[in-house]
Design a protein around this ligand. Structure first.
Ligand SMILES: [Zn+2]
Length: 876
């Protein structure tokens, strides 16, 4: 007997056009869509990380005026060989400065006869008030250095190129930022050998004190004789190591610079979104851009490497993790941009156009788009309108006018399901983040960022799917004549409505980032228009294939933002302090990434026969990822150098010596201890596990001296660190070795008037130092010689005080400091308390045995920055 022909259970695409309520495709198609998203992400990742081939000296004959990465690399190596170069150290202020002088002298000797190269070594002293994370201070620099080189043009008006060669302690600072200096040296070399003089001069500023709160750039822009000639600047920075440099800040009010970038740069990577993100202050960094803009009133562009931010400010920011192609790419771009700007008629025109913001972005580095905000408003509004209107009119024409109401209803369901799905996914991610924090399992994705896909993206997707299923189950129009395919298309109109509203909100709030949503809508239109024109709405599969193919491009665009955000924010959680749960930050990033990438795929769930299967698979993926994260070594956040990409936990440890003096200047108490600063959520636990031996280890706020000493007598060199990071204290057996301390010796008191006293001190010593001062009730600090103005007070442990941060470059002689105190008529007793801090960085040879042993206790995946400090507490 012949076997009866099996009737397939699942009817795929060959169903009748107008059949209602038949689910078309099997749940396996969900996997196809997930594969589509992952493939798009891989394409994006490729374009984000691929670099051009590097040129070597052997290529010189073929490309005589090109940027040669190998020469820049040789310079870079000679700087990183010096090790960490903290401002004021021999490595920075003697050896690095020496290398610059020699290199520039060689450039002068090999330049073209038509070119003029002038070098100056600026040694500069100054001060300014500075606010970082809401905490004010006066920052003072004494004898910090700049190497300034002018490549003379036909006019004195100049383009400034800026980099810094100093580093934070314990880091060779290859990417941050001496690679930029090496790139600038090579640009100078290439441009000095060109036969034609540029239209404008170019000033190369190699600055020697940036990590000390942007001081050397301030010294240049406020005091150097060439500063007044600077009309625009390019600042080359790094908050990572390797990869592509991104243009992330520009202006103010100078669209001509974006034009120059668009015209000249060969490998563009620039996002107006990055600028707006930077201005939210979510990124704990600042650059010299701020100094040139605020103190020089000059427009400019900020370019930085940001990939592999784990290495930023650690020992791993070394040559080992950089490559010639990284220099080649940045060099090609900056050389082209420099030539363009230095020969632009706009440079000296000073034609600032107030309020003229430019929207700009690149597409995978392949091409660059820019237009003014005015044009953006027009584009965004038009696209927002068309993205809703065209599919609506098209569907209405296909289904007949009587179906209009049903289409509108379905569109509203589509809108609501995406909106509520977004809210549910954020809530779910936040709940998981909270739970992981409660389980003491935060930052499990820190090394393996793919875990984020499972821990947060999958549940975010499951939330969206649940919301779609909810709408499919409970918001059905039984009388509707629309086919399932048309209902799905109507719901997609709702998705467009959702993005239209967001795009318009952004646009009318003046936010340029609205282009992100506009591009998504453009992609949707790119499939909707042929669907409408070709009358494909009633087909079963054609419109879906069209929709999915264009969505591939849309997902390439949106996954780009996900990948950038993950690469940016994951390393930042390693130094963003303990105030916010890092899992919450990443959970929200994941939920946003899912919404951007998948919103146009979600309504297709209606076409799936068993949507629960898909939702359940996402939940299962999430569960597996959570298990891996919480119960296996995969979820351990940190990796040491045995891993190709070390991801470390950051620690600062300060062996501290404290001396407390009474109003007669006599010593009333002294002690010593270790001050620990942890920069991420897990840092405290590491100290408990590896370092602490007894219960004398306490949070700084619980120290005995916190009840009776000003600012707890802690050697802070900046008060924002206190607000940002958690600090612990453990008594030490012995004091550190100290020499050449920074001292503030009392000289005399002058009664300026009945209620105004001036105290004069003599400051001596050339080490990194800080002064904090708090007045007694009825006393006011009205002036000091450190700066024209006194900054607003900072608060710590319920006390208010003033903070001065002092950097010394080339050693200087003694200097006088005066402070004027106004007292109330009946004031008696002393005036103020003052802490004088000396900080010894890169002081390894002087560490005590006890300190060395303590440092050895840290695990290999910790990056520990040790230092020694002395606090002298004085009573005035
Ligand atoms: Zn830097």
């Amino acid at each position: 007997m012949p076997k009866p022909k099996k009737i397939p259970k699942t009817v795929y695409f060959n169903i009748d056009h107008d059949t209602n309520n038949i689910h078309h495709v099997s749940a396996w198609y969900g996997i196809v869509v997930v594969a589509l998203v992952l493939a798009a992400g891989s394409v994006t990742n490729y374009f984000l990380t691929n670099l051009p081939e590097a040129l070597t000296v052997a290529d010189l004959e073929r490309y005589p005026v090109a940027f040669i990465a190998e020469r820049a690399w040789d310079n870079l190596k000679s700087f990183t060989d010096l090790g960490p170069r903290v401002a004021g150290s021999k490595a920075n202020d003697e050896l690095a400065v020496g290398i610059f002088k020699r290199e520039i002298e060689t450039i002068q000797a090999t330049k073209h006869v038509n070119q003029e190269v002038i070098m100056e070594n600026q040694v500069v002293t100054g001060a300014f008030n500075f606010t970082f994370y809401g905490s004010s201070m006066t920052t003072i620099y004494r004898n910090v250095q700049n190497i300034v080189v002018k490549l003379k043009g036909k006019s004195d008006d100049a383009l400034l190129l800026n980099c810094h060669f100093d580093t934070v302690p314990s880091s060779p600072g290859a990417s941050d930022d001496v690679a930029s200096c090496a790139v600038m040296l090579e640009i100078l070399r290439v441009m000095s050998r060109l036969p034609d003089e540029n239209r404008h001069s170019i000033i190369f500023l190699f600055n020697g004190a940036e990590e000390t709160l942007l001081q050397a750039s301030h010294g240049f822009i406020t005091q150097h004789k060439w500063a007044k000639d600077v009309k625009a600047f390019l600042n080359l920075e790094s908050a990572g190591s390797g990869g592509k440099e991104v243009l992330f800040q520009t202006g103010p009010n100078s669209p001509w610079m974006i034009d120059a970038y668009a015209k000249s740069v060969r490998h563009p990577f620039a996002q107006a979104m990055a600028e707006e993100l930077f201005h939210t202050k979510l990124i704990p960094s600042d650059t010299d851009f701020r100094i040139f803009r605020d103190y020089g009133n000059i427009p400019g562009m900020d370019l930085a490497h940001f990939l592999h931010g784990y290495r930023y400010h650690t020992k791993y920011d070394s040559l080992d993790y950089l490559s010639l192609p990284v220099l080649q790419r940045t060099g090609d771009n900056v050389l082209a941009l420099t030539r363009e700007m230095a020969n632009s008629e706009h440079l000296s025109a000073n034609n600032a156009e107030p309020g003229s913001n430019t929207v700009f972005f690149d597409f995978l580095g392949l091409f660059f788009v820019k237009y003014s905000m005015r044009v953006a408003t027009l584009i965004n509004a038009t696209v927002a309108l068309l993205a809703v209107l065209i599919p609506y009119l098209g569907l209405s024409a296909a289904a007949g006018n009587q179906a209009n109401k049903a289409i509108r209803t379905e569109a509203l369901y589509g809108f609501s399901s995406v909106l509520l799905g977004a809210l549910l996914s954020v809530t779910t991610c936040a709940a998981i983040a909270r739970q992981l924090e409660a389980l003491d399992r935060v930052m499990t994705w820190y090394s393996n960022t793919w875990l984020i896909l499972g821990i947060y993206c999958a549940p975010a997707l499951a939330s969206h799917c649940l919301m779609q299923m909810f709408f499919n189950a409970f918001f059905k129009n039984k009388k509707s004549t629309l086919s399932t395919g048309m209902i799905t298309q109507a719901r997609l109109i709702g998705v467009n409505l959702f993005w239209s509203m967001i795009s318009l909100c952004f646009t009318f709030a003046g936010l340029r980032s609205a282009y992100i949503f506009m591009v998504l809508q453009m992609c949707s239109l790119a499939s909707t228009i042929p669907t409408v024109v070709g009358g494909l709405q009633r087909t079963v599969r054609k419109w879906i294939f069209l929709h999915l193919s264009v969505q591939f491009i849309a997902i390439v665009c949106s996954s780009f933002y996900y990948i950038i955000f993950v690469n940016l924010f994951v390393p930042i959680t390693g130094r963003s302090g303990t105030v916010v749960n890092p899992d919450t930050i990443i959970g929200i990033v994941a939920a946003i990434g899912v919404l951007l990438s998948c919103s146009y795929l979600l309504p297709l769930l209606r076409l799936v026969k068993q949507p629960l299967k898909i939702t359940a698979s996402f939940s299962a993926v999430s569960l597996v990822a959570l298990l891996l994260a919480c119960c296996t070594p995969i979820g351990f956040p940190y990796r040491d150098a045995s891993n190709a990409n070390p991801t470390t936990q950051r620690h600062l440890v300060t062996h501290t010596f404290r001396l407390f003096h009474d109003e007669l200047g006599l010593l009333r108490h002294m002690d010593q201890g270790f001050l620990f600063e942890v920069q991420d959520q897990n840092g405290g636990r590491t100290l408990q596990e590896y370092i602490v031996s007894d219960d004398s280890f306490v949070p700084v706020e619980k120290m005995d001296t916190c009840t009776n000493e000003f600012f707890c007598g802690i050697p802070f060199d900046a008060m924002w660190r206190q607000a940002h990071f958690k600090h612990f204290w453990q008594p030490a057996q012995g004091p550190p070795e100290t020499h050449n301390m920074f001292t503030l010796a009392y000289e005399e008191t002058n009664q300026l008037s009945e209620q105004l006293r001036r105290i004069r001190f003599k400051a001596e010593g050339s080490l990194q130092s800080a002064i904090f001062i708090g007045t007694k009730p009825g006393v006011e600090l009205v002036a000091w010689s450190l700066h024209e103005f006194i900054p607003p007070p900072v608060t710590f442990n319920g006390q208010e005080g003033y903070f001065a941060y002092i950097t010394h470059g080339v050693p200087s002689g003694p200097w006088n400091i005066t402070m004027d105190f106004a007292t109330s008529a009946n004031h008696e007793g002393f005036l103020a308390e003052m802490g004088v801090v000396t900080k010894y960085w890169e002081y390894h040879e002087m560490y005590t045995e006890e300190f060395k042993q303590l440092l050895q206790k840290f695990p290999s995946w910790a990056h520990v920055v040790p230092s020694v400090a002395v606090v002298n507490m004085l009573t005035l």
